[in-house]
Design a protein. Sequence first.
Length: 378
Amino acid sequence: MQKHIRENGNVIYGDLSKQLNLKYKFKGKNNIIFFAGGSRNVNITFGGSNGVLFVGENAELTGGIDLRNSGLFYIGNGFTSNGTQFRVLESKNIIVGNDCMFSWSIWVSTADHHLIMDSNTNNRVNFSKSVYIGDHVWCGQESAISKGVFIASGAIIGAKSMACKNCYSNTANAGNPIKEVKQDLFWLRDITSPWGKAETLKHLNIPNDNFKYTYNQNEFLSPKAIEEKLDSLNTAQEKLEFVYNAIYCNKNKNRFAYFKDMPYDIPLPKYENKFKSLKFEEIDETKPQPTPPAPKPTPQPTPQELEIKSLKEALSKKEKDISSLEINYQKALNTKNHLSYKLGAALIKANKNWYKGGYIKFIFEAIKIKNEHNKTKI
């Protein structure tokens, strides 16, 4: 894996040639972008320092990411969005699992952007909070997810909904404020818009258990435990290694599965430090790159060489002209010795002397010419 070192200690991990339509801006220092594989349409601005962006494999993030001081934004494998604004503010985190599908005109934020104070005590009451979204979550058009929310794996967020409280696995949730409207559901990525009646009838029943989630306390990645661990880490590099080891390398289907009244405040499962086994090709782009050697100048001919070349060209042209004249001369000779040519010449002569018996003489002359021609053919 490549490790690109930029100015002010900012670092990009990954093969940049696999990132389609990548846009990024570092306004601070010691920020990190980590690409696990290829991506599309990543557009991020680091408004501060010590931030981390982790992008899983084959992720498409149409929209924008605003990541400020010491924040972390993790997006899992196979994420797709038609237009989502992520705002990672006030040193908080947004973590999104694998295979999530977000529609357009969506926003997710860890803060209210402005202070709200208690008028009796003058104490702040609207503290910023991190957002956690599990695997295979579908967010409908113009929905929003506010600070402090946990959306468990397999949940559906309806269009124009305001998710301001936790949503459980395999549920449908809608409204402003959001509420649970249906349980025991799962959703698939099949696009139904082009279907006719026949296609609709084929899909009345689909045997599929891939997205039916179950809670297991020993497998559950508690957002509270993740948050406490991230708060204990001081640098962007430490946070990167933690999410790589504890989240990215965790392939458990039910890691973010959660249901009402299940144990929530539990420690993280044990995980290995696999980040240290990664091999990096370090590319320090802050150092001047070696200037490639200038191409050797093409040798210029001397005046004598130019004169010799000109004479050779003139001589070659003369030789071609002489050769052409010889060919034309030979053609002329062949034409003059032709039988038809000789007979024609004799006839012209006879016509000029017709009054002196030219035509009678032409008969004898023609016989003579023919006999001579026949001798040359023997």
